[in-house]
Write a protein that binds this ligand. Structure first.
Ligand code: 5GP
Ligand code: ZN
Length: 110
């Protein structure tokens, strides 16, 4: 079972932000911004390459609700999903990074 499936199953503890039937959101263990939350489907989906459009539609609303709950909806935030090796994906269970709580910059990525 992958690391994030273990977090879903509460075999590994996490600092939960929001949970519903299909998704959970928890604080990243190594935050790179004042707000750094990961939103994931409870079902194991490897990456953005494998996600169905209806699941994307549902997680859109879930992420909007996270932003509202964390009070970054109006101030602004960023959503990132890393895909595959060159995308920098380390955990092979799709996750959306939700970053905010400060002015974010747009660095050179390579
Ligand atoms: P990736 O590089 O795959 O896009 O992002 C994986 C993210 O998962 C990283 O930001 C990393 O800090 C986070 N992470 C890795 N292991 C754990 C963990 O056990 N708990 C939590 N909360 N975050 C983790
Ligand atoms: Zn998994």
């Amino acid at each position: 079972m992958c690391l994030f499936c273990k977090i879903v199953n509460k075999e590994i503890p996490s600092n939960l932000v929001l949970e519903d039937e299909d998704f959970i959101a928890f604080h990243d263990i190594n935050p790179i911004a004042p707000v750094h939350v990961l939103a994931i489907p409870k079902a194991h989906i490897g990456s953005f390459n494998d996600i169905q459009a209806d699941t994307m539609a549902k997680i859109t609303i879930f992420i909007q609700n996270i932003a509202k709950k964390l009070n970054i909806s109006k101030s602004g935030y960023r959503i990132i999903t890393n895909i595959g090796n060159e995308g920098g994906q380390e955990v092979k269970h799709i996750h959306f990074h939700i970053l905010g709580g400060a002015q974010l910059h747009w660095p050179k990525l390579t």
